[in-house]
Design a protein around this ligand. Structure first.
Ligand code: ARG
Length: 462
């Protein structure tokens, strides 16, 4: 049976009910390799401070490496009586090195600075994994955009036909938020890297001449925490990570919602690949967009992880409180969720087949060229207020008669206003409309081609 880390002041062990409540190995065991890395760095700093001999250090590092190998192979596992990952690993080390040497490692550190450091290390590593997966998603959107450059589609606001845009432009509009998510992750990482709390002890810092900066550097951090109380108790780094993962979830969910609509009979914009869609157990004809729906559903879960965490953090006095043990499960869940969701989502986007003929056909419908009439009039020096009214009158006439804007004859246009000469027809095509929106960021083909280059260049930064 495991021994608690604080035995001597207590007359008995914890009640079973307390042990059951307190236990965290069922979820914090994934931190074990990071804890061992922290222990190795800590052993070195103890040695540098003269608290371990050369032989002690060598034995200690060997013991920790053996422990790591056993953890990775599954030969060493937490026991029923181990409270948390730190307790279990301490037991493992004592079993391997004996109490004399094994018992020296705990000097000058606390589970408070340990867990605050290794949780940072864990999230930094998974932040990099998630960034890779987000980058794949960006590249996939860019590839689809490149493949369909020139294809028009109905651009919408309020889900109503608004103005024709290029499909590539629309797809890239989903890639840019993900670029910003990568920026957020990179900035988050730089901030966390400069804040290694190891050496803070429980809260007040070390009296043993241990150098926190040395440990920080050993663990891949750029600096140690400037304030030991803050370093052991703040969890804004966890909340911020949970926010970025929630935002990625929201960004995927926005794409997902469109794919679900686009795959319907009514829209008919896309076909999902068989490998990335599901069938129905009863309806033989069904092909369902389950990946998109799971993305939409899981975004709710990612948001919940963030809000739950913020609620846990609020109103905790300094410094460490046991409430903080609740910081791990939500964000572990966010990591697991994105690591399983992103590859499937990217596969779905990569294999989407667009019905480009249908997109092109629908692009000018719903009077989506009305703005082009108004702006053409403005270029003829008609005030926009008047131009807007005249274009509106054209729409009204067409709607009444069940025709499209380009069906109006020269005489009918002239009857609405003498300003509406036959020249206006140059903008009454999808091609004319799209190519006229040629300022930076606009939907003209050349601008979208430039945007694609810009996006790919941005993606190279990550
Ligand atoms: N398992 C705890 C956590 O995850 C670390 C232990 C600190 N416990 C304590 N009593 N100081 O936050």
């Amino acid at each position: 049976t495991g021994e608690s880390l604080w035995g001597s002041r207590f007359t008995g062990g914890p009640a079973d009910a307390l042990a059951a409540l307190s236990k965290s190995t069922q979820f914090d065991w994934r931190l074990a390799p990071y804890d061992i890395a922290g222990s190795k760095a800590h052993a070195k700093v103890l040695h540098r401070a003269g608290l371990l001999t050369d032989d002690d250090l060598e034995g200690m590092l060997r013991g920790l490496d053996e422990l790591l190998a056993d953890v990775l192979s599954g030969a060493f596992l937490p026991a029923e009586a181990d409270e948390d990952v730190h307790t279990a690993l301490e037991r493992g080390l004592l079993e391997r090195l004996g109490a004399e040497l094994g018992g020296r490692l705990r000097a000058g550190r606390s589970r408070n600075d340990q867990v605050a450091t290794l949780f940072r290390s864990y999230l930094r590593e998974h932040g990099r994994i998630i960034a890779r997966l987000v980058l794949d998603q960006i590249t996939t959107l860019a590839d689809q955009a490149e493949k369909h450059l020139g294809v028009a589609m109905p651009g919408r606001t309020h889900l109503q036909h608004a103005q024709p845009v290029l499909l590539s432009h629309h797809l890239l509009a989903h890639a840019w938020p993900l670029i910003r998510d990568l920026e957020r992750l990179a900035e988050w990482d730089a901030r966390v890297a400069a804040d290694s709390p190891y050496g803070a002890g429980a809260l007040a810092g070390s009296s043993l001449g241990l150098d926190p900066l040395f440990v920080a550097t050993e663990l891949g951090f750029t600096n140690s925490s400037p304030n030991s109380i803050d370093g052991t108790s703040a969890r804004d780094f966890v909340a911020e990570f949970a926010f970025v993962t929630a935002q990625v979830g929201v960004d995927l969910s926005r794409q997902a919602e469109e794919i679900i609509l686009w795959a319907t009979k009514e829209f008919g914009f896309v076909k999902l690949d068989d490998a990335f869609s599901t069938g129905s157990s009863i309806m033989p004809q069904k092909k369902n967009p389950d990946i998109a729906e799971l993305a939409r559903g899981k975004s709710g879960r990612l948001i919940g992880n963030l809000t739950g965490l913020l609620a846990t953090l609020k109103a905790q006095p300094l410094a460490y409180n046991r409430d903080l043990q609740e910081d791990k499960e939500p964000v572990f869940d966010s990591v697991d969720t994105l690591e399983v969701l992103l590859p499937a989502f990217t596969g779905m986007i990569r294999t989407l087949v667009f019905d480009t003929a249908r997109l092109e056909e629908l692009a000018p419908q719903g009077f989506s060229l009305a703005t082009d009439i108004a702006e053409w009039l403005v270029r003829q020096k008609v005030p926009f207020r008047v131009a807007h009214e005249l274009a509106g009158a054209c729409v009204q006439e067409c709607e009444k008669r069940g025709i499209e804007l380009w069906d109006l004859t020269d005489a009918e246009l002239a009857a609405i206003s003498p300003h509406l000469t036959s020249e206006v027809r140059t903008v009454l095509t999808v091609e004319g409309s799209i190519s006229s929106r040629n300022a930076r960021g606009g939907t003209a083909k050349d601008r979208v081609a430039e945007q694609l280059v810009e996006l790919r260049a941005q993606a190279l930064r990550f």
